[in-house]
Design a protein around this ligand. Structure first.
Ligand code: ZN
Length: 132
């Protein structure tokens, strides 16, 4: 598989703990201390109960493919990475995140994956996944 381009993210203050953790190869997720909702994307208020009592915990880095598409045509910096996979991975903790699968295009929904981290060179990393 060709290497995927790595673009540094725009880091909002609300998501800074998430991005800082990626530099250490960890996924931190926010969780509501009032209703237990695991929150994605990172924000300071629970979208379920509007509580602002939110704290961070370390996720396992494991999940399953919820949905995916194999991209076979694209321009710009992605051209050299074709074909590549754009996927929604459902983390063990619940949230579904938009990401890439880096090791194969031969995939099925429900397949197990684990996180890998693509260093951006700017103090954080993009969270992508590989099959297990
Ligand atoms: Zn809540």
């Amino acid at each position: 598989m060709p290497e995927l381009p790595v673009f540094p993210p725009t880091v909002s203050p609300e998501a800074k703990p998430f991005w800082d953790a990626t530099a250490e190869g960890k996924i931190l997720l926010p969780k509501c201390n009032d209703c237990g909702t695991v929150i994605w994307y990172p924000r300071t208020t629970c979208p379920e109960c509007m509580s602002s009592d939110v704290s961070w915990f370390e996720a396992s880095g494991r999940g399953t493919i919820y949905s995916f598409a194999v991209v076979r045509r694209n321009g710009g910096p992605w051209r050299d990475a074709l074909p590549y996979v754009l996927a929604y991975v459902e983390l063990e903790e619940g949230p579904r995140i938009l990401t890439n699968i880096v090791d194969t295009i031969d995939l099925e929904c429900g397949q197990s994956v684990e996180a890998v981290f693509a260093d951006t060179g700017e103090g954080n990393a993009l969270v992508r996944f590989k099959t297990v």
